[in-house]
Design a binder for this molecule. Sequence first.
Ligand SMILES: O=C(O)CCC(=O)C(=O)O
Length: 297
Amino acid sequence: MERNPNHGTLTAQQIEHYDREGYLVIEPLLTDDDMAPARAAMSEKVNIIAEELLRDGKIKDKLEREPFATRLAKLFDGLTDKDFLQYGRSWRDRIAGYFMLMSNPKIVGAVESLIGSELFANPVYNVRPKVPKVAAGAVPWHQDKSYWPDANSNPVITVWIPLVDATHENGCLHVIPRTQKKRVLDYHHESHTGTSYLEVDEKYLKSLTRNANIVALPVKAGSAILFNDRLVHSSTPNQSDHVRWSVDLRYQPTDQDPMPQHGAGFLVRSRKHPERVATLEDWLANRPEHDSSPQPS
Ligand SMILES: O=C(O)CCC(=O)C(=O)O
């Protein structure tokens, strides 16, 4: 990882905050136009789900006129956690709008300030439709690194972006600053919601989650929260009447483990080899040559 103060979009103060606290809020980062392709991708998926629910006799109306923020909530109103979880607790579909978001220069420029200009978009990205009253909503305290404990991939940066305002009521992100300096803490799969999310073991939780330690991060749609994959974080249940739509995207330097067991990531920025940066076609074709394998120069 080679930082270059002439490359990337963050200020020295922002970089310093990230290094010290393990996270950084950029409010705002994206405009509605920047988010439009991802919103369209999410709406495309909601259309498919509505079709299936109708076909299976679980709903009577696809609610096509319902706004983005409420449609999925209303479709699942009255259905069960199991009905929702059959579509997964988060989504990772190969829809063009997600590639466009992951490649957005405002996001990539911020990440470049933190980990240099040779950047790989990690295969683990999640679209999170946090629907009210559904078990998959709350995410327990965890470190992202627990999901890839054996990967030699350091650092991995998560960029968390809400597509609607993230509030206390709809279940915004919560972080415990400075925990990025800890090793990977012992963890287990939580077993009471059907989601099997990873959770930091009970023995750490009491001291970690003393109130004074926890920072809740309500942020406007289009803001970004960047955090290190060892930072302990969680999110609360959605008590609102709408979906808390968000994405969490991940980036790492190209010389780190591309984690092919999680899918195919892609080369998202390279000042050394700009001609190798993945196109939408590369990504849709799932082409592994855009990973971090050594390339002839
Ligand atoms: O979006 C959420 O509620 C939780 C996100 C999260 O845990 C993550 O991005 O690692």
